[in-house]
Ligand binder design. Structure first.
Ligand code: SF4
Length: 239
């Protein structure tokens, strides 16, 4: 848990992300998670001494740059790690995002919504939608927007109801595979029964040279990372 309000631990910043929320989005993965769900797909995001500690204002400037581009993006997704394990910095970031005029902000958290709303009552005015609850291995779901059946989605802005309903109905566990300067990463939420097959596909992609079709612009930390290719929708759909 980090209580530094001026800096935020970032695991990854990527654009475009098309498998974590409606439309084309910026994906922000925060570093650090104290929940440690069994079967978590991202244990590399757990450590609080990993990632990059970014000044929140610098990160806001990075985000603003993404949303100034064309075609316009549909929103921002914040995941992790556990975003609310850095509560002061996260809330400061969310307030700044609101001031930038970014409308659609989806947050994934391993904490239950009731817990978060009791601790941070300003959540409904800061974010658009919250997917909550820990990942439960074995608690399989067919819904492609969550990893286990216990998780729920809270929508705080009624004007986005149609957008999120459509996304929840159509999201079938498709993933996005992309590269960054550190290697290949996967965005999205696989169905639990598809994980082994997907990991095999990733391994075979890497062994065959890691060529990923549909190269698009991406940026990394502090705007310093050079694009190395990223596909917008991934070849990792389960068969
Ligand atoms: S809350 Fe998320 S990042 Fe943390 S252990 Fe659970 S699934 Fe993994």
């Amino acid at each position: 848990m980090s209580h530094n309000a001026s800096h935020i631990l970032v695991h990854l910043l990527h654009c475009p992300v098309c498998a974590l929320g409606p439309g084309r989005r910026v994906g922000l993965w925060l570093q650090g998670c104290s929940i440690h769900c069994e079967g978590c797909m991202s244990p590399d995001t757990w450590a609080f001494d990993g990632g990059n500690a970014l000044d929140v204002d610098v990160l806001l400037s990075e985000l603003s740059g993404f949303f100034d581009g064309t075609p316009p993006l549909d929103g921002l997704t914040i995941s992790g790690g556990e975003p609310f394990d850095q509560p002061e910095a996260l809330l400061r970031l969310l307030r700044g995002i609101g001031e930038l005029g970014i409308q659609d902000i989806l947050v994934f958290s391993g904490y239950r919504a009731e817990t978060l709303l009791a601790r941070y009552p300003e959540i409904p005015v800061l974010i658009t939608a919250l997917v909550d609850g820990p990942f439960e291995a074995g608690n399989e779901t067919e819904s492609g927007w969550k990893g286990s059946a216990n998780q729920t989605m809270r929508l705080f802005r009624p004007e986005f109801e149609e957008r999120y309903s459509r996304w929840a109905e159509t999201q079938k566990g498709g993933l996005q595979m992309a590269t960054n300067p550190r290697g290949i990463f996967i965005a999205g939420i696989p169905r639990q029964k598809d994980v082994a097959q997907i990991l095999e596909k990733v391994a075979s992609t890497i062994l065959s040279g890691g060529e990923i079709p549909g190269r698009r612009r991406q940026r990394g930390f502090r705007g310093a990372a050079e694009p190395q290719g990223a596909n917008e929708l991934c070849p990792l759909e389960p068969e």
